[in-house]
Design a protein around this ligand. Structure first.
Ligand code: THU
Length: 150
C-alpha cells in the first residue's frame, strides 16, 4: 500500500466525521460516518441507520458501499475513512481512545467493491489521539471474494 498523503488522510477523516451528521442512531446513540474515496477523486459518504428491530441496523460502511454501487461504481476504491462516537451538539461523533474500524461484515462488503477493481484500499480509523491506517488486506486476510467464484 502506497498510502495517502497525511493531509489527504486527515481530510478524509474530517469528511467521515461530517458524514455522521446523517446518522439515525436513536438506539445506540453511537454516530458513525464513513467516506469512500475513489481513484477519480469522487467521495461517497454515508452514516449508520438503525432500526427498532435492533439487529437490522445498518453500518455506515455498508451503506456507503451500497450507495456507491447503486451509483454504478465497480472498483476504483482507494481509501475508506470511518469516524464514530457519541455525538456532540452538532451531531458529529467525538472519537474515543480506540479508532472505529469496520466490523467483519463491512470488511467483507468493502472487499467486494475493492476486488472488482483490483485495489487494496487504505482503511483509516479515527481516534481521539490520531488516525489508524491499515490496508484492507491486513484487516481481512485471505478474503473470500469474486475471484473464488470465477
Ligand atoms: N457501526 C457502524 O456504523 N460501523 C462500524 O464499523 C461499527 C458499528 C454502527 C452500528 C450501530 O448503529 C452502532 O454503530 C453501534 O454498534
Amino acid at each position: 500500500m502506497s498510502g495517502l498523503a497525511a493531509s489527504d488522510a486527515a481530510m478524509l477523516a474530517m469528511v467521515a466525521r461530517e458524514a455522521a451528521d446523517a446518522a439515525y442512531a436513536p438506539y445506540s446513540g453511537f454516530h458513525v460516518g464513513a467516506v469512500l474515496l475513489f481513484a477519480d477523486g469522487a467521495m461517497v459518504r454515508a452514516a449508520n441507520v438503525e432500526n427498532a428491530s435492533y439487529g437490522l441496523s445498518l453500518c455506515a460502511e455498508a451503506n456507503a458501499v451500497a450507495k456507491a454501487m447503486n451509483e454504478g461504481r465497480r472498483g476504483g476504491l482507494v481509501a475508506v475513512a470511518i469516524a464514530g462516537g457519541k455525538p456532540d451538539a452538532e451531531g458529529q461523533p467525538v472519537p474515543g481512545p480506540e479508532p472505529v474500524m469496520p466490523c467483519g461484515r463491512c470488511r467483507q462488503m468493502l472487499h467486494e467493491l475493492a476486488a472488482l477493481g483490483g485495489t487494496d484500499p487504505e482503511v483509516i480509523g479515527v481516534a481521539e489521539g490520531g488516525l489508524t491506517r491499515l490496508p484492507l488486506s491486513a484487516l481481512l486476510p485471505h478474503a473470500f471474494g469474486p475471484a473464488n467464484l470465477a
